[in-house]
Write a protein that binds this ligand. Sequence first.
Ligand SMILES: Nc1ncnc2c1ncn2[C@@H]1O[C@H](COP(=O)(O)OP(=O)(O)OP(=O)(O)O)[C@@H](O)[C@H]1O
Length: 587
Amino acid sequence: MTAPHGSVTGRRLLEVAGGRETRRLLVALLARRRGALAASGAGFAVLGVAQLVAPLLMGRTVDVVLDDGAATTITGFAVAIAVAAVVAGLATVLAQTALARAAQPALADLREQVVDRVLHLPHHRVEEAGVGDLVSRVGDDVRTVNRSLETVVPLLAGALVAVVFTLGGLLALDWRLGLAGAVALPMYALGLRWYLPRSGPFYRRERVAQGERAEALVTGLQAAPTLRAYALERQQLTRIREASWAAVRISIEVLHMLTRFFARNNRAECVGLLAVLTTGYLLVRAGSASVGEVTAAALFFHRIFNPLGILVSLFDEVQSAGASLTRLAGVALVPAAEEPTAVAVPAGPLEVRGLTHAYLEGEPVVHDVDLAVADGERVALVGASGAGKTTLGAAAAGVLRPTAGEVLVAGVPLERIGRAGLRAHVALVSQDVHVFSGTVRDSVTLVDPAADDERVRGALERVLALGWVQALPAGLDTLVGEHGHPLTPMQAQQLALARVELLDPRFVVLDEATAEAGSAGARDLERAALAVTQGRGALVIAHRLGQAAQADRVVVMDEGRVVEQGTHEQLVAAGGRYAELWEAWSG
Ligand SMILES: Nc1ncnc2c1ncn2[C@@H]1O[C@H](COP(=O)(O)OP(=O)(O)OP(=O)(O)O)[C@@H](O)[C@H]1O
């Protein structure tokens, strides 16, 4: 696998697989569909042979006519050509369907493997690469490969079969005529060598120009009132006109390049056909070939124009799909994280030891923090915005791998507990809660798909959500998420808290940004948050100091360091940083 390479933004992008690794992955994916591939191969072979029948028999017809042969022979040839056409049609259907049956599930497997690796990538690796890199691989690259599989691969396979079988037929008919036709091949190769280095940059410039034109148009429409207010319509129109003409000019240049490329192909065809005809003429004159054979050879050669054109013109599509495939393989081939064997974790505290974290190298936002939350203890983490509370909470829940230091449950490091076991020990409710598409039940049972409705209702009841869930149009069966019933951010938070209830971990890290205090919804949410901390150790990132006042212990952070800790009363009495914050909040 090639080393991850940086982007213009200086990010360490995800790996890109090398050609050999990508091929090996493809072979492994396709190996599971040997049956469909064999059926497709057989279909293509029958197609290749059936396509030879017409030119061959037309050549024979010429010989029969020249020899004053019987009309019935020619009728027989016509019937054979018709039968071959039907067989070719059926073989095409078989070959293409079987190819799709092999290729589409292979792509689905690849996509699954990529998504699996993406979901298991360490958080810090995604941060380094940037979400954009991942999204473009899972979105754009899968789309490119898919388009290629649906359109390019079938065309390519068909064209390749036509070229190989026809050239084979030509050589079998008369090797001298075959060699004469092969004169065209280097000319095609030269045409391709001229075209390929030019086409990529041309198409890229065309796409940029089209993007700029679209951007000028959309800005013109969206900003119309502002443009009118400042009497800037004319300038914008000029911008649109210039962008449009730039796009037109580059499109004309692309067409010009394509025309020159097609001319090169036509030249190769013309030379090849001339070579076949001239050689044929000489062979007929020398009496070592019949006119019919030369006719068949010329027809064979003519038949490969189209498929060769297709092969040549699809070359850059294949290159682009190949590039996408190496990017997908780069993610798919990331070794699956090794799951440690399950370890028994005795009762004991959740501990953070010497934890330091820097998102950007050399700029730590949390410095050497030690913190312990005992079983059943509720600890509130407070501090000004940017003090490092969320960072510490994410590390404590095992979501963020800290730059230094470790997190342990009852003395067992989180890495040894492994991802699967981790959630039974520590769960995190973060600020941005995602509402998954599906029913309310699905959303809650995400953490335990086997949970029955009674347990789901129990969890919802404890987080005070059962009332509004039952009032939804279909209760637990109501669809929520992107296209479903809209939920308020507070309701979404309650569902996240219900998931924790169902999961029943020993420790919970709550980093939910409760809405403005005061509203009935916010009070419910606060009580719900309090309920999930009941009976378990809790690290509550207190976005409102009211939450801190209810905690067993308050830990105050400032600029990434723990600066004070104690009970609310002790800290208020101490008159330090917490007392200041409390006064500002309650005063
Ligand atoms: N993904 C990130 N990349 C770079 N810097 C980050 C990232 N996340 C947080 N930071 C920075 O780290 C510092 C600590 O942020 P953190 O969110 O942990 O603080 P916080 O105390 O939770 O603040 P808030 O109460 O506003 O959520 C801040 O300066 C923040 O800008």
